[in-house]
Write a protein that binds this ligand. Structure first.
Ligand SMILES: [Zn+2]
Length: 559
């Protein structure tokens, strides 16, 4: 009797099971070495994907619409780039090719200027984040996207490029703009404190403007005011904002600049860890290169930037003002972060792109006679022109409306490696989604746009063994999601969004160099975004399954 009952129950169970037979997987990746993004050891197995989500991990079997045999390859969560400047590039080309090919599936933007709030124009017809996100969603992108609201952007809307403190009324207006951005889905607030007009903002203003972001569950990220001689002050300011506004802090591209500061990364680490011990949630990201990239105008003191680039050009044309600027550029103890001082000599400054104010102006193809120097060191270019390097720089800036992008060789390899070893430092490119052909092939940009993530996996994991593979993947996915408070991405776990990358740990490598940056990496054949294959055997499929990830303060689509 008992036996018959069990048999009956079992057949009932079987019937029930077959009635609920799961649909086939949309995608099944088999025989993979799964590095799940938690930092834990890898396991061999399969991962099934259904409806854009991870539907099974480990010993997964069953029918699938498509199966990818990943034998010999690592399967990892898609990489999150916490420091990207693709705000407009993604509207020029939504394929995000230079990022997708690095395994990046989520771009984080809005880190100094941001796409909103702004005054609408013909090419950028939105005013706020609801409008910008809507434009992105309509044009479609291959990567996911989330954005901070830039406090420099907010200041410019209310105060223009004035070098002064805000009035109470202006501060209230700026606070309201931040609160609006958070309600529309911004992820937090960001600063670029070497850039005009953000550079004119002092601590009380930055704390006040971070508070509405904190209230909406956002974070504060910063391009610090100083990372050279005054690096302690730069860090202490970020920490004071975090503690003053009760908001988590992320330092963008943590680094130490200038030959005389080489070796001071341990000081940076001590300051950050002391703040962590006091209870502040503070972290950082970094790129794996000994050169930075920013405008040539960062050699010129902030007062000369007041009013914007047009005013700067006027000042450079005036002999007396130009003489004063030149004198301050050589001041060995400046009150501002002088990039020339970090570089030491003009030879450490490489011209990257002429007229790079925006993607729009780059597309005009305007050549002011200086484009041939893209990729040259400043001293060599000045010599070629028979000019003193300062005069060459001033004249190049005047001719190009102040828009000259440069690459700066100002970082020490051992500081870079020490930062990489810290468990609270994630990987971020500080680059844009570019492409080796089409409108996004511009100048001779920093190779980080093409090589950041594979460079860590190739050079620093496989070749130099600075960190283990599992740790590197964690720094590109799970850690980043944790630092940014992204709930459903960053690890390979059932139920999470199916953002995945397949790479060959024995060959993955960057190919982009400082003289020849337009080269995609090798060893990353497949990238999957929200369950859709975007990179298939090294070929971009044209799929654009990326979504806008709205922040925790998002108040709904009606806003
Ligand atoms: Zn940046």
């Amino acid at each position: 009797m008992k036996h018959a009952f069990i048999a009956l129950a079992a057949s009932g169970l079987l019937a029930a099971l077959s009635a609920q037979q799961p649909r086939p997987f949309d995608l099944l990746v088999t025989n993979a070495r799964i590095v799940d993004g938690t930092g834990g050891p890898s396991v061999n197995g399969s991962v099934g994907v259904r409806d854009g989500r991870i539907a099974g991990v480990g010993r997964v079997t069953g029918a699938a619409t498509r199966t990818i045999d990943a034998h010999g390859f690592v399967l990892a969560p898609g990489f999150i780039d916490p420091h990207s400047h693709s705000d407009y590039a993604l509207l020029t080309d939504g394929n995000a090719e230079s990022k997708i090919r690095q395994g990046v599936t989520t771009e984080v933007i809005g880190e100094s200027g941001s796409a909103a709030p702004q005054k609408p124009s013909a090419s950028r017809p939105w005013s706020d984040f609801a409008g910008y996100f809507g434009t992105i969603e309509k044009s479609k992108i291959s990567v996911n996207l989330l954005s901070y609201v830039g406090l420099g952007q907010v200041r410019e809307q209310v105060m223009g490029n004035d070098d002064r403190d805000p009035t109470a009324d202006e501060l209230a207006k700026m606070t309201a703009l931040v609160a609006d951005a958070m309600r529309q889905g911004a992820y937090g607030v960001a600063t670029g404190l070497i850039y005009s007009p953000n550079a004119y903002a002092k601590l009380p203003e930055l704390v006040a403007l971070s508070k509405p972001a904190a209230a909406a569950g956002g974070i504060y990220v910063s391009h610090l005011r100083y990372d050279g001689d005054k690096l302690r002050e730069g860090l202490e300011e970020a920490i004071a904002i975090g503690e003053g506004a009760h908001i988590p802090v992320q330092v963008l591209h943590i680094k130490v600049t200038g030959a005389k500061n080489f070796g001071r990364m341990k000081e940076v680490i001590a300051i950050v860890e002391a703040a962590q011990k006091r209870g502040l949630e503070i972290s950082a990201n970094q790129y794996p290169y000994v050169a930075s990239s920013t405008g040539l105008i960062q050699t010129i003191p902030p007062w000369a930037h007041e009013g914007g680039n047009a005013k700067l050009v006027e000042r450079l044309k005036d002999p007396a003002t130009r003489a004063r600027i030149r004198k301050e550029m050589d001041d060995p103890n400046p009150t501002w972060e002088n990039r020339l001082l970090s570089a030491g000599t003009w030879h450490n400054v490489q011209i990257a792109s002429i007229s790079n104010r925006s993607i729009d102006s780059r597309q005009t193809g305007l050549d002011t006679g200086y484009k041939r120097f893209e990729g040259w060191r400043v001293d060599d270019a000045a010599k070629e022109m028979g000019k003193d390097p300062y005069d060459f720089v001033f004249e190049m800036l005047i001719a190009n409306g102040g828009s000259v992008g440069c690459v700066w060789f100002i970082i020490d390899e051992s500081d870079l490696k020490l930062a990489l070893e810290q468990p609270w430092v994630s990987i971020g490119s500080d680059g844009s989604a570019l492409a080796i052909s089409g409108p996004l092939r511009i100048g001779v940009p920093h190779p980080r746009n093409f090589g950041t993530f594979p460079r860590v996996l190739g050079k620093y994991v496989r070749e130099e063994r600075v960190i283990p593979l599992e740790q590197a993947v964690y720094k590109m996915s799970g850690l980043t999601a944790k630092q940014l408070h992204i709930a459903d991405r960053g690890t390979i776990k059932e139920g999470l969004a199916a953002d995945l990358v397949i790479f060959d740990p024995s060959t993955v490598a960057d190919r982009a160099t400082f003289t020849d940056p337009f080269q995609y990496p090798v060893g990353i054949p497949t990238v999957i975004v929200n369950g859709k294959v975007v990179l298939d055997n090294m070929r971009h499929t044209g799929e654009r399954p990326g979504v806008v990830i709205r922040g925790h303060g998002f108040a709904g689509a009606s806003h």
